[in-house]
Design a protein around this ligand. Structure first.
Ligand code: ATP
Ligand code: MG
Length: 555
């Protein structure tokens, strides 16, 4: 249990501790993560996963993965598979893999039980008629003319609904609660409707399907879930959740609500993300610009970083917008510990080291990760012709410029100190190459030159460097909260969210592997993209070394 030195309990943990102290549920904690398989999981789901699995782990409990697949129209097996892969990748193991559709028989029995108790009736009204009788939040509704049907008549009609005797929209089963309730959801909610649709698991067995409110709580109860954690929009549903459980006299699962995670410059709605995919604004659910778990994985975010982010934002009771720079901070912090340092020049200019023998190649040694001394080192070829970043040279350097300029010295990482002697320009006055000389006894690790230079820059040997396509990403949206803006959210897409360049990378990257984080020295964190082939390397920029947006804002 929580120790005094740990951070304060969130309100869900507090509830669980109180329940445990009161001896509820025989000391058992069982939560569930209940995605509807109608899209890929996003960062908001990651929050829910971390919370559900996290509290269960903390209190020695378990978590079920339950697919909330009661709507036959929007669900697909592809989504089920992606959801399982994403939960596993985040680092969690579920106790049981379950499907609400496996409870269809049981839910049907529950509906019969309600009818038998006089607590449900078949309504033949059209949806317009029902809407007209529903009332408003300030005005009570009126009872349906079908509300007082006998139990026998209801049983007969409901059975015939199930047997496919009626067309869609002609009949529904409603709970008989209170048409004057201040909670609109309690005004005789629909609990079953007719739908002639093929379900991804039950096929054509059913032509009636339970509504969310009649499936979710009962599924929790069937599994004996102790703490059913969901987001705030379900607060008004809680009364109905409890009503169903009490009326059916089944295991009393309890629902608790927390605030959805909303992330700045992103959308967290599967329905809207699906539009971006279908209308080709992105290359797929796993486009590295997407706030989906699969997109973040492809982008190079790590499960550790995402879990840390979910932990840092805590569990709120009020909706808020979390700054994406906090997520990026967590990613950067983790990648700094685990990434292999390599050299890549994104915007090259050639440097000829005039006093270095032509044709000579030296194998220098480069440390893989100074944060992890067990990570080893790799050879780094050095030769007379190298490439450096264009912006590591300034023709008219300012006072505090410590990189290369006419007459200035700089250290080449893992190599020598060089001095710029000459600039070679083309007929248009563009700089085409720099002529430098190297200080022979200044090699890193064995520097006896006594020269002190302030700047160190990265480089690659031109003859040994490899071409790589590098995909640089910016925010997918131009505005902080695209869902809150007027009009279509797609109008707020950032047209410059992807830039593709060709970089020159050190030869060791020929053997780069998927899933390995790299730091391109001084440039940021990158990872190999699955689009890479045997002869073309493709890298994604995961995140920069510093928060460039914070800099912009502070300008
Ligand atoms: P979407 O609108 O993206 O489809 P949803 O809530 O309908 O989201 P579900 O598949 O029903 O998606 O969600 C599974 C679980 O994840 C639910 O318990 C839901 O409350 C939770 N969840 C979904 N989005 C968020 C979010 N942004 N923040 C926290 N939890 C979320
Ligand atoms: Mg949903």
């Amino acid at each position: 249990m929580a120790e005094a030195t740990e951070k304060p309990l969130n309100f869900i943990e507090q509830i669980i501790e109180d329940d445990l102290a009161a001896g509820k549920n025989d000391g058992r904690v069982l939560t569930r993560f209940p995605p509807e398989p109608n899209g890929y999981l996003h960062i908001g789901h990651a929050k829910s996963i971390c919370l559900n699995f996290g509290v269960a782990q903390k209190y020695g409990g378990k978590t079920n993965l339950r697919f909330d697949d009661t709507n036959p129209v929007t669900e697909e097996t592809e989504y089920v598979e992606s959801i399982k892969a994403d939960v596993k990748w985040l680092g969690f193991d579920w106790a049981e893999e379950l499907y609400a559709s496996d409870y269809f028989d049981q839910l049907y029995e529950f509906a019969l039980k309600l009818i038998q108790k006089g607590l449900a009736y078949v309504d033949d009204s059209t949806s317009e008629e029902m809407a007209a009788m529903k009332g408003t939040p300030t005005l009570a509704g009126i009872n349906s003319p079908y509300r007082e049907r006998t139990i026998e008549e209801n049983l007969d009609l409901f059975t015939r609904m199930k047997n496919g005797e009626f067309a869609e929209g002609t009949h529904v089963l409603r709970a008989k609660i209170n048409m004057a309730s201040t909670n609109m959801l309690m005004r005789d909610p629909i609990i079953y409707r007719i739908k002639f649709a093929t379900h991804h698991r039950t096929g054509d067995k059913w032509c009636i399907y339970p509504m969310y409110d009649f499936a979710h709580g009962q599924s929790d109860s069937i599994e004996q879930i102790t703490h059913s954690i969901c987001t705030l929009e379900f607060v008004p549903h809680r009364e109905l959740y409890d009503w169903c459980i009490e009326s059916l006299e089944i295991f009393p699962s309890k629902q608790y609500e927390f605030a959805r995670l909303n992330l700045s410059y992103a959308i967290t709605s599967k329905r809207k993300l699906l539009q971006l995919v279908n209308e080709n604004f992105v290359t797929g659910w796993d486009d590295p610009r997407m706030p989906t778990i699969s997109g973040m994985r492809r982008r190079g975010y790590t499960p550790e970083a995402i879990r840390e982010f979910c932990d840092r934002i805590g569990v709120a009771k009020r909706d808020n917008l979390i700054d994406v720079s906090l997520l990026e901070f967590c990613v950067r912090e983790h990648l700094n510990k685990v990434s292999t340092r390599v050299m890549a020049v994104l915007d090259p200019i050639k440097v000829v080291i005039t006093n270095y023998p032509e044709g000579q190649v030296e194998e220098l040694t480069a440390e893989n990760n100074p944060e992890d001394h067990e990570s080893g080192s790799r050879p780094m070829p050095f030769s007379r012709e190298i490439l450096i970043e264009k912006d590591d040279f300034m023709e008219n350097p300012t006072k505090k410029y410590f990189r290369l300029g006419p007459g200035l010295m700089v250290r080449l990482k893992h190599a020598y100190i060089i001095k710029c002697d000459d600039i070679v320009k083309d007929e248009n006055g563009e700089i085409v190459e720099l002529h430098c000389s190297y200080i022979e006894n200044s090699r890193s690790g064995n520097d006896t030159s006594g020269i002190n230079v302030k700047g160190t820059i990265h480089w690659v040997s031109e003859a040994h460097a490899v071409d790589a396509e590098v995909r640089l990403y910016d925010r997918l949206f131009k505005v902080e909260d695209p869902s809150r803006e007027d009009g279509d959210f797609k109008e707020y897409l950032n047209p410059d969210s992807l830039e593709v360049i060709t970089a020159k990378v050190e030869p060791a990257l020929k053997h780069a592997t998927l899933g390995t984080p790299y730091q391109f020295l001084r440039k940021g964190y990158f990872c190999l993209d699955p689009d890479s082939t045997a002869d073309t390397l493709v890298f994604n920029k995961t995140v920069g070394l510093k928060d460039t947006w914070a800099k912009e804002a502070g300008k």
